[in-house]
Design a protein around this ligand. Structure first.
Ligand SMILES: O=C(CO)[C@@H](O)[C@H](O)COP(=O)(O)O
Ligand SMILES: [Fe+2]
Length: 223
């Protein structure tokens, strides 16, 4: 696994050719696949569920699948995604009645677990579960749609999250999601992120490899 992880969001892929799109973006140098699950309840949009995750595994995808649950309630979906072949499952703390239990369910199923913080959600929950999370995901847009602009205040929040993670001594990835592109990825990495979700910036272009190569070049200038 690279020090910096690039996680294309398939939300912006061509769903009619999803297997091929995932193969192409992995061939182009992506590290993992970001899989956005929206329920038209927690967020005002509806996307894909465990059956599609399972279909990608059946298609032959072996890369990690990073499932971002934007659903409420959370717990019923956890078992389904474990069974469907998810590698990482993250959820929004406001959407779970019992955050600690949801994290434990994910870990018990052999997946990595993470919490997702919306732009205006404070990081407070995190300090009580640092021993149970493998990933902290900061939303840099309000969840529900691809193609939105990066909210600049996320940079300070990333610095805050990075300090918390480093002080904890645990091995926790810090992921950022929303409006990430080759233009701002270096600045985002300097603020402390190590895992970068990008949907429209990659799938919105014809040459996925060219975008990912440029992102890696930008990241190389950071460390
Ligand atoms: O979770 C979400 C949106 O809610 C994301 O994963 C988006 O899919 C990112 O899309 P871009 O902002 O990179 O286009
Ligand atoms: Fe996402």
């Amino acid at each position: 696994m690279n020090d910096f992880i690039i996680a294309p969001s398939i939300l912006s892929a061509d769903f009619a050719r999803l297997g091929e799109e995932v193969d192409n973006v992995l061939k182009a140098g992506a590290d993992i696949i970001h899989f956005d699950v929206m329920d038209n309840h927690y967020v005002p949009n509806l996307t894909i569920g465990p059956m599609v995750c399972k279909a990608l595994r059946k298609h032959g995808v072996t890369a990690e699948i990073d499932v971002h649950l934007m659903v409420k309630p959370v717990d019923r979906m956890i078992g389904d995604f474990i069974e469907a072949g998810a590698s990482i499952i993250t959820f929004h703390p406001e959407a779970s009645e019992h955050i600690d239990r949801s994290l434990q369910m994910i870990k018990a199923g052999g997946c990595k677990a993470g919490l997702v913080f919306n732009p205006a959600t404070p990081l407070d929950y995190l300090k009580y579960v640092l021993d149970k999370v493998d990933m902290v995901l900061l939303m840099s847009v309000n969840p529900g749609f691809g193609g939105q602009s990066f909210i600049p205040g996320t940079l300070d929040k990333l610095r805050e999250a990075r300090a918390l993670i480093d002080a904890s001594g645990y091995d926790i990835r810090l992921e950022v999601d929303g409006g990430v592109s080759e233009k701002n990825i270096a600045e985002i990495a300097r603020a402390g992120a190590d895992t970068f979700v990008a949907g429209s910036a990659i799938f919105g272009k014809d040459d996925y490899k060219a975008v990912i190569d440029t992102m890696r070049k930008e990241l190389a200038s950071v460390r």
